[in-house]
Design a protein around this ligand. Structure first.
Ligand SMILES: [Zn+2]
Length: 528
């Protein structure tokens, strides 16, 4: 949590710097000190600024001003939100831009549009203003004066910031603009799904472009966009799903209450036996208060025998009705920092809702499918979010072993083919480009052909795992090809990207899996 530093408040909103942003200031300061690449004849970068002290002074001043511009961009969002009465918790600046954290992102297309557009709007205005001032300064101080260069560079960067943020990809502002527009044409969830898939497509294209142009920063940004798009989709799904669920559907109606006259020794025994962290205190079906382990532990051991629950319980009772929404309950619990809420109907205690109940509901929601139906009826819970036919999704460890085996085999194949074509002896620089392409085709082809035809590579056969569709059916050649072509992204940084995605995903899917709709499961049970 403590990865960001609060630097002050603007309009009453705390502005924080994430450590990655501090790193980017150095990166930008150094980068723009070397850069000199006029755009349409307008100077961009301090590469030709002299003398050297002035160059670095201006370059780092530029980096700090750029950070101020990003903060202003975020202020643009916050200002519109404020006008609509939404409160902003904080603004955090990360290396890829700012993020405003606010309560209740509204599900109102017009409002979302205005809010999303305000940030790039601010960047655009700053950009244009700087360019206009650049022309003034150019006439007054000369085109090569460092101050003139500062204005033009800031202007160009802000315009780039505007365009970049308007990319129609979550979590970019453009993704929100796109969703708000789509939401006027179709249901909100469909609009979110559409906008998220467009965002993912964008991220993949950007990643491929970054890969071939060697732009590491572009690759990292592509990765963040991909994660951001998935996250937005997930959050929206959960929210919409929870909205359809009432407290009654997820609470535990089997409530154990304790009488106020029970002493703390007895309560300790009960807590150890039933492993509950707290109990409602009731007498004659009337709720008097709540008692938790924490209340109990405040009393020294020696006094617990003589102290009753009634002495230590909290009498301030927050409760909720069974017909209120799960979302309302979640907000109440978050705001009041409660772990459990008694559910009261007509003055009677009918159940208790714990954070665990809510988390379980959210897990079911993110499992996809027709949730609220099965959920409400209390059926089909087991099948939600579970792998096909009860098989287990396979994680990073075994898949890594399988991958290493496959890589060794491919290595052997390539060496054999290489020596047959006669390139094995050549120095790396001498190898023609098409040989590189051939190796790439062999690499991807090995995986795609084997998985497409039998669901397993040799590595997967040895480790007894298998690729199947999300529905448990064998995959076709098409899926195998998509799944494996995307190794060019999953395989980045020695498969770090794939590993992170598998680790973060409910179904342990890397990028190739989520696009091709495939999962990796244990192989044995399949032969039934
Ligand atoms: Zn923005």
């Amino acid at each position: 949590m403590n990865t960001s530093l609060e630097i002050g408040k603007v309009m009453g909103i705390p502005v924080r710097l994430h450590w990655t942003f501090l790193a980017i200031i150095v990166y930008v300061g150094v980068g723009f000190g070397y850069l000199s690449q006029p755009i349409f004849g307008i100077p961009y970068g301090f590469g030709s600024t002299e003398p050297i002290q002035v160059k670095w002074l201006y370059s780092f001043a530029f980096a700090i001003l750029l950070f101020a511009c990003v903060a202003l961009h975020e202020m643009g969002h916050s200002y519109v939100a404020r006008v609509y009465g939404i409160s902003i918790r904080s603004i955090t600046l990360y290396f890829f831009g700012g993020v405003s954290s606010m309560e209740d992102v509204p599900r109102n297309p017009r409002l979302e549009f205005e809010m999303a557009f305000a940030g790039p709007g601010v960047s655009g205005i700053i950009g244009l203003a700087c360019i206009l001032l650049y022309f003034q300064s150019s006439a007054l101080l000369g085109a090569n004066h460092p101050f003139t260069v500062l204005l033009s560079t800031l202007g160009i960067v802000n315009l780039i910031l505007m365009v970049f943020n308007l990319l129609p990809a979550f979590p970019m502002d453009g993704g929100r603009v796109l969703r708000s527009w789509l939401a006027t044409q179709m249901p909100y969830m469909t609009a979110t799904n559409k906008a998220a898939s467009i965002g993912k497509m964008f991220a993949i294209l950007m990643g491929i472009f970054g890969l071939f142009s060697g732009g590491i920063l572009l690759l990292v940004i592509a990765f963040f966009i991909y994660i951001g798009a998935s996250e937005e989709e997930r959050a929206t799904t959960i929210n919409i799903c929870l909205e359809g669920i009432k407290v009654r559907n997820i609470m535990s109606s089997d409530v154990h209450t304790v009488p106020p006259g029970m002493n703390l020794r007895e309560l300790t025994d009960l807590v150890f036996r039933e492993k509950h962290r707290g109990y409602p205190v009731a007498e004659n079906e009337e709720l008097l208060g709540m008692v938790t382990i924490a209340d109990m532990w405040r009393i020294p051991e020696s006094l617990r025998e003589s102290t009753t629950v009634g002495d230590v319980m909290s009498r301030k009772i927050f409760h909720i009705g069974p017909d209120e929404g799960a979302i309302v309950a979640m907000k109440k619990m978050t705001e009041l920092e409660l772990r459990r809420l008694p559910v009261i109907e007509n003055g009677r205690l009918v159940g208790i809702l714990s954070r665990e109940d809510l988390v379980r509901a959210m897990e079911l929601c993110s499992g996809g499918g027709n949730l609220s139906g099965g959920f409400m009826a209390g059926e089909g819970q087991a099948s939600l979010g579970k792998p096909p036919e009860g098989r287990e999704y396979q994680g990073i460890g075994i898949r890594l072993v399988s991958l290493i085996i496959d890589n060794i085999i491919i290595g052997i194949i390539i060496v054999v083919i290489g020596s047959m074509v006669g390139f094995g002896m050549m120095a790396q620089e001498m190898v023609p480009w098409w040989i590189g392409l051939l190796y790439f085709v062999i690499y991807i082809g090995y995986f795609a052909l084997l998985e497409g035809s039998r669901g397993q590579t040799i590595g997967k056969m040895i480790t007894k795992i298998k690729v199947v569709g999300e529905d448990g059916k064998p995959i076709d050649m098409n899926q195998a090809l998509i799944r494996n072509l995307l190794r060019i992204i999953d395989g980045l940084f020695a498969y770090l990207i794939g590993a992170i995605l598998i680790w973060r995903s409910d179904k342990k899917q890397k990028l190739g899996d989520s696009i091709a709709k495939t999962v990796v499961v244990k192989a044995e049970i399949l032969i039934s």
